[in-house]
Design a binder for this molecule. Structure first.
Ligand SMILES: [Zn+2]
Length: 393
């Protein structure tokens, strides 16, 4: 179903921007800790190399690396955050010939990753929350669906705890692989963790807004602690504010969190990229860029009022890839957040992969520009000016 939206302006919020440096006790890069990189596993432990695990050279030669955690048991009837989301994306990747079956070594899917450990999760979430969640699910799951936050949009099932650890593990595996590839190649592949449940609303002390563990936040801490990548720049282009990520890093000057939300169209996002994201990133000088990639801003996604098109996501992905190449050795990983219309979600992720490959957007064949309301240009301009003045650009 197509619908029109009212056109309030896009608002950009930025947290934890700072011009000052704080000493962070990051341990030196020690024994390489990997989840899915064949050569490291074989050389460090003497195990036989698993042929299904790509070597570091194969990772460095790839152009897209992705992992999949579809959480099929984490599902509630008619809930928008459903178990059909990841299969829809995989089917679009297949239809658009964006898998290794069609692209050979350009596209690598990581398969043998481990779930995140409780320690990984505890880098962001309180141990009390993690323990209570595990206990509640263990105790109540036989009753069927349970609701794990007060306002009730976030549900859990018997497999939710396990599924959430696997989603975070899939996220960390992509980070490990992209970082490993960046040591061999100045143009490493871009990573995409095709995972659920999503994470950017989950706060340090609990779940929120369909989110259980903050996958992007857990990955940011992992990049700092395990890979010594001190300065992490997080771009959140989901239609909703990434409040959980913001909470996790509010007092940390080494993590810059930039979240775009509310309304606008292609040109609004383009202006925000050029006039806000680009100068913020250039000034911050990141060691890695992580992206909360939510696709619920698509014009046909019913959950919110942005008017992005498939082409908007393609352009954003291209621009962010280039930003990572210019500023941080190409180290860049996307993490799936929202996106509830299965059609726009799946084809927008596929078009994002095409952007990573340097191929043109197929958006013009997928989108119907006739349903877009006029761009609220004056309001967008005003919002951008406000943000630029607050942050002294
Ligand atoms: Zn969202």
């Amino acid at each position: 179903m197509w619908r029109k939206h009212n056109t309030r302006s896009m608002v950009t919020s930025i947290s934890s921007s700072s011009g000052f440096q704080k000493e962070l006790s990051v341990p030196p890069i020690h024994k390489h800790y990997t989840r899915s990189i064949g050569t490291s596993i074989s050389s460090s432990s003497g195990f036989e190399m698993d042929p299904s695990v790509p070597s570091i050279q194969e990772l460095a030669d790839a152009r897209v690396i992705y992992s999949v955690a579809s959480a099929m048991g984490h599902n509630q009837e008619s809930h928008p955050e459903s178990h059909l989301r990841v299969p829809a994306i995989l089917s679009a990747l297949e239809k658009m010939k964006l898998t290794s079956k069609f692209r050979g070594t350009d596209i690598v899917e990581l398969k043998n990753f481990k779930p995140a450990s409780l320690d990984d999760i505890a880098n962001v979430h309180s141990k009390a929350y993690v323990a209570a969640l595990e206990q509640t699910i263990g105790k109540d799951a036989e009753k069927g669906i349970i609701f794990i936050d007060e306002t009730k949009p976030t549900y859990a099932t018997a497999s939710t705890f396990k599924d959430s650890l696997l989603a975070a593990g899939a996220a960390l595996a992509v980070v490990d692989s992209v970082v490993a590839a960046s040591k061999l190649s100045p143009n490493p592949p871009v990573g995409f963790a095709v995972i659920r449940p999503p994470g950017h609303h989950a706060i340090p002390t609990g779940p929120m807004g369909f989110c259980v563990f903050g996958n992007v936040a857990v990955a940011a801490r992992h990049a700092q602690l395990v890979h010594g990548l001190k300065r992490v720049f997080i771009i959140d282009f989901d239609v909703h504010h990434g409040n959980g990520t913001s909470d996790a890093f509010y007092d940390d000057p080494d993590v810059f969190f930039l979240s775009t939300h509310q309304d606008g169209r292609d040109n609004a996002m383009r202006s925000v990229f050029e006039e806000v994201i680009l100068p913020c990133a250039q000034r911050f000088k990141p060691d890695i860029i992580l992206v909360s990639a939510g696709y619920d801003g698509h014009v046909i996604d019913e959950i919110a009022g942005l008017q992005f098109t498939t082409g908007t996501y393609h352009r954003l992905a291209s621009d962010i890839k280039q930003l990572a190449r210019d500023l941080c050795g190409g180290r860049c990983v996307f993490f799936l957040e929202g996106g509830y219309n299965l059609e726009s979600l799946s084809y927008s992720v596929a078009d994002t992969f095409r952007a990573f490959l340097g191929e043109r957007s197929l958006g013009s064949e997928l989108d119907d520009p006739a349903i877009l309301a006029p761009e609220p240009s004056a309001k967008v301009k005003e919002a951008i000016q406000r943000v630029r003045s607050i942050h002294s650009f």
